[in-house]
Design a binder for this molecule. Structure first.
Ligand SMILES: NC(=O)c1ccc[n+]([C@@H]2O[C@H](COP(=O)([O-])OP(=O)(O)OC[C@H]3O[C@@H](n4cnc5c(N)ncnc54)[C@H](OP(=O)(O)O)[C@@H]3O)[C@@H](O)[C@H]2O)c1
Length: 239
């Protein structure tokens, strides 16, 4: 039987690391875990000893477009025969600025990592997605990218600009991917406010709670859900 195959970016810490950990608890899962520096990704490599599924490490910086374009060379020996069932585009960065003080180069840098990188990555893994039966792309976005939710954002974060702009762009990317390729199932999702380096210690959810929800939702959605903007508990987020 063919394994269910997953590619997770930003897999060395935070939500990405927990995603790989939970996916590897399933013996039939084959997980390709991408990180910028696999040699230094010790927590990720340590998952191998307890894994029931199969773990492969690859090197990927989503903001380095040449690096992204070269990814198929690393994927071919792992996924060439099976294809890729699930792309989880999780890697992301956050900065704090405001609309009238932002540095445009800093804005472009965030958009490069959070939206342009995932766009190119989706293009380069498309032949692998086409080869496998599931054909699902999950973009890890944020409620920060929702215009309709700005009023619910805590005041300390409400004026933040570059990060929400990048996630709004990512959301639109997901929708455009769904429109262009109705055979794929593309979801953009907020993982909740999660206790990671990015989310901080005061966040509401532990990584294991968020990730259990993420996996439940992405494995349950069908092609009829493609283009939806969802929370990790499955609720729809208003655009
Ligand atoms: N935590 C939250 O509350 C929260 C809320 C909403 C959305 N999110 C989203 O959830 C995703 C994961 O966030 P997190 O909380 O796990 O953040 P995190 O703890 O800061 O981890 C970010 C991950 O992304 C990787 N990364 C950053 N830039 C990269 C690049 N250019 N190429 C490849 N990998 C890169 C990091 O790798 P390095 O170790 O090499 O830097 C790290 O593995 C992000 O997309 C974030 O926007 C998080």
């Amino acid at each position: 039987m063919s394994p269910t195959t997953w590619l997770v970016t930003g897999a060395n810490r935070g939500i990405g690391l927990e995603l790989v950990k939970q996916l590897l608890a399933v013996p039939t899962n084959l997980v390709v875990a991408a990180s910028r520096n696999p040699d230094k990704a010790t927590a990720l490599a340590e998952l191998k000893s307890s894994a029931k599924g199969t773990l492969h490490l690859v090197q990927l910086d989503v903001s380095d477009f040449d690096n992204v374009r070269a990814l198929p060379k690393q994927l071919e020996p792992i996924l060439g025969a099976t294809g890729l069932d699930y792309l989880i585009s999780n890697a992301g960065i956050a900065i704090f600025d405001t609309a009238f003080t932002l540095d445009p180069d800093a804005l472009l840098n965030v958009v490069r990592t959070n939206a342009a990188g995932p766009a190119l990555l989706s293009q380069v893994v498309l032949p692998f997605l086409e080869k496998a039966p599931t054909k699902k792309i999950l973009h890890i976005s944020s409620t920060a990218g929702s215009i309709a939710s700005v009023a619910q954002i805590p005041p300390a974060f409400a004026s933040n600009a570059s990060y929400p702009i990048s996630k709004a762009a990512l959301n639109m990317l997901a929708y455009k991917q769904k429109v262009e390729r109705p055979d794929l199932t593309v979801i953009t999702m907020c993982p909740g406010w999660v206790q990671t380096d990015m989310g901080g210690a005061d966040a509401q959810l532990k990584p294991e709670e968020s990730v259990a929800g993420i996996i439940k939702v992405i494995t349950s959605v069908t092609n009829a859900d493609s283009g939806k903007y969802l929370r990790q508990n499955g609720e729809e987020i208003p655009w």
